[in-house]
Design a protein around this ligand. Sequence first.
Ligand code: NAI
Length: 253
Amino acid sequence: MTGEFTGMAVVVTGGGSGIGLVTARLLAARGAAVACLDLDPSGVAAPLLGVRCDVTDAASVTEAVTDAASRLGGLDVLVNNAGIGARGTVEANPDDQWHRVFDVNVVGIVRVTRAALPHLRRSAHAAIVNIGSIAASTGLPDRALYGATKGAVQALTLAMAADHVGEGIRVNCVNPGTVDTPWVRRLIDAAADPAAELAALRARQPTGRLVAADEVAAAVAYLAGPSAGATTGTVLAVDGGMHSLRLRAAAAT
Ligand code: NAI
C-alpha cells in the first residue's frame, strides 16, 4: 500500500491533533500531498501543510480549501474529522451549546464538503471519509448532544453517498470507539479518579483496550484509497467490538 496515494491531494480537517494528524501522516507516508485544516495547525510539520481554518466560519472554510487545493495541485480526498465533545443528558446542555456542537460536528462537514466538491469533481479517484463515533450506533450515558451530532454524521454520510455516487465521488464513514488521543487523555485526567476512568473505558471495549489512532487512520486510508473503489455509503466501526459484541461475564458458564 506504500504508494497507493501517490499523485493524490488530501485535505484533513482537525488535522492538527489526534486522529486527524495521525491520518494525515499515514496518507502522506503512502504518497499523498496532505493539508491539515485546523483551528490550531501549529503541531503540523512538513511534509504536511498546516492551514488555519475554522469549520464554523464559511469564509474561513472557502479560503482554506481554495488555498489547500491550489498549493496541493487539486483535491482527491477529503477527511471530515474536526469535532468537539459534549457531556450530559438532554437536561444538561443549554441551547447555545447544542447549536455550537452541531455547528462544528455536523454543519462543519457540510461547509467543508461544499467548498471541496468543485475540486473533487475534477478527480479520477474522489473520496470523502467522515469521522463519526460509536455514539452514533450505541446509546452511551451522558452523551445526548454528542451522540445526536454523530448520528447526524452517519445519516449525512449515507445521503451524501447517494447524492454523489453518480459523479464518481465515494462517501463513507468511520465510527471509532474510545481512541487514545489528546482529547480522551484530557477527559481521563479531568476525572475524579483517572486510573479508574481509564480502566472503565478499557473494559467497555471487548478488546479490553483503547483503540489506537493508527487503527482509525488505517480504516480511513482504506476507505479513501482507490482500492476501495466499489465501496460507498458504508459505516466502518473501529471500536474494539463495542457496538456489535456482547460477551458473557467471565464467571458465567
Ligand atoms: P482532538 O481534540 O485530538 O483533535 C480534534 C481537532 O479538531 C483539534 O486539532 C481541534 O483543534 C480541531 N478542531 C476543533 N474545532 C475545530 C473547528 N471549529 N475548526 C477546525 N478545527 C477544529 O480529537 P480526536 O480525538 O482526534 O477526535 C477527532 C474526531 O474523532 C472528532 O470528530 C471526534 O468526535 C472523533 N472521535 C474521537 C473519539 C476518541 O475517542 N478520541 C471516538 C470517536 C470519535
